[in-house]
Design a protein around this ligand. Structure first.
Ligand code: ADP
Ligand code: UDP
Length: 254
C-alpha cells in the first residue's frame, strides 16, 4: 500500500473522539482522524485541548507497533499526517473490553472500595457498546443473547487477547514509570474472519498513574477537574518517546 497515493473518502461516522472516513477506491481500509475533543460521562461533559488528536494518534500508533512486535495483531496500518491513521476496516464487535489491575473508577464505586487496591492477575469485564443505554455491563450470556459475539469461543478469544495485551502493556508502562491501573479496548473481525484489536489505546481509554507521585496522567484529570489535562497527555507521550521511541518509530508501514 503506497501511503502517498491515499485519498480521503467520505465521512462514514463521527464519534466522540474520532472521525472515520473511507479511503477512496479502497474498501479494505479506513482513515481515522483523531479529534482534539474530550468527552466524559457519556458525552455529558465536553472539552478539548490543542494537539490532543495528534498526541493520541502518536500514542496509539506507538502502542499498536509495540503490540505487533509482541505478536498481538491490530488494525493499525500506518500514520498519516499529524492526527490521522490508516487502519484495516473491521466488522466491530460491540463490546468494550475492560481490563483492571487495580480498583478504580466504576469498580471502586460499584463495590464501595478505595481506589488503588491490587487485583492480582487482572480481571476482564464486558460492556455492551451502546451510547443510548450508556454502555451497560454484560455477562457472557447477555453478550451472546445480544449477538455481540458469535459464540462463547469468541468471548474466550477476547478475554485471552485482552489478558495478553494487559501483560505487554503493564511492562510497556512500567518502563516509563507508570502503573497501568485499567484500560478499555475494542475488537473487530478482519477480512479473514480473525479477531483483531481495533480502535485506540490512549490516555482517553486507560488509567495511568505515575509510579512515584501517584499522580493521574490520563482522562481522569478531565473527568474530575484536576487540571493539567494537556500536560498529562504530553508527559505520557514524552516518556514513551524517550524510552520506546527509537524502537517504535522504525517501520511505519506494516
Ligand atoms: P465513539 O463511537 O465511542 O464515540 P470514537 O469517536 O473513537 O468513539 O469513534 C470511532 C469509532 O470507530 C468507534 O465506534 C469504533 O468502534 C470504530 N472503529 C474503530 N476502529 C475501527 C475499525 N478498524 N474498523 C471499523 N470501525 C472501527
Ligand atoms: N473506559 C473507556 N471508555 C468507556 C468507559 C471506560 O475508555 O466508555 C476506560 C476508562 O478510561 C478506564 C477503564 O475503561 O480506563 C475502566 O473504566 P470504568 O469502568 O472504571 O468507568 P469510568 O469510571 O471511566 O466510568
Amino acid at each position: 500500500m503506497k501511503m502517498r497515493d491515499l485519498q480521503q473518502g467520505e465521512l462514514l461516522y463521527e464519534g466522540k473522539a474520532k472521525k472515520v472516513f473511507a479511503v477512496r477506491g479502497d474498501a479494505e481500509h479506513l482513515w481515522l482522524h483523531f479529534k482534539d475533543d474530550l468527552t466524559a460521562f457519556n458525552a455529558q461533559k465536553r472539552g478539548s485541548f490543542q494537539n490532543k488528536g495528534a498526541i493520541n494518534r502518536d500514542i496509539a500508533s506507538m502502542i499498536f507497533r509495540f503490540l505487533e512486535r509482541a505478536e498481538v495483531t491490530s488494525h493499525f496500518v500506518a500514520d498519516l499526517g499529524e492526527s490521522d491513521m490508516i487502519c484495516e476496516k473491521l466488522e466491530m464487535i460491540p463490546l468494550e473490553v475492560v481490563v483492571r489491575n487495580r480498583v478504580a473508577g466504576s469498580f471502586a464505586k460499584k463495590f464501595d472500595l478505595p481506589e488503588g487496591g491490587h487485583i492480582p492477575g487482572g480481571i476482564v469485564e464486558f460492556y455492551y457498546k451502546n451510547d443510548a443505554l450508556q454502555d451497560p455491563f454484560v455477562s457472557d450470556d447477555q453478550a451472546l443473547y445480544l449477538k455481540a459475539a458469535k459464540d462463547q469461543r469468541e468471548l474466550e478469544t477476547l478475554k485471552r487477547i485482552a489478558i495478553n495485551v494487559n501483560r505487554e502493556l503493564v511492562d510497556f508502562f512500567l518502563a516509563i514509570r507508570v502503573d497501568l491501573i485499567d484500560f478499555k479496548i475494542e475488537f473487530g473481525r478482519n477480512a479473514d474472519g480473525d479477531v483483531v484489536l481495533g480502535d485506540e489505546i490512549t490516555p482517553d481509554s486507560c488509567r495511568l498513574w505515575d509510579r512515584d507521585s501517584k499522580e493521574r496522567l490520563d482522562k481522569d484529570r478531565f473527568r474530575r477537574d484536576l487540571g493539567g489535562v494537556s500536560e498529562a497527555y504530553h508527559e505520557i507521550l514524552k516518556r514513551m518517546r524517550e524510552v520506546h521511541g527509537a524502537r517504535a518509530m522504525g517501520g511505519g508501514v506494516k
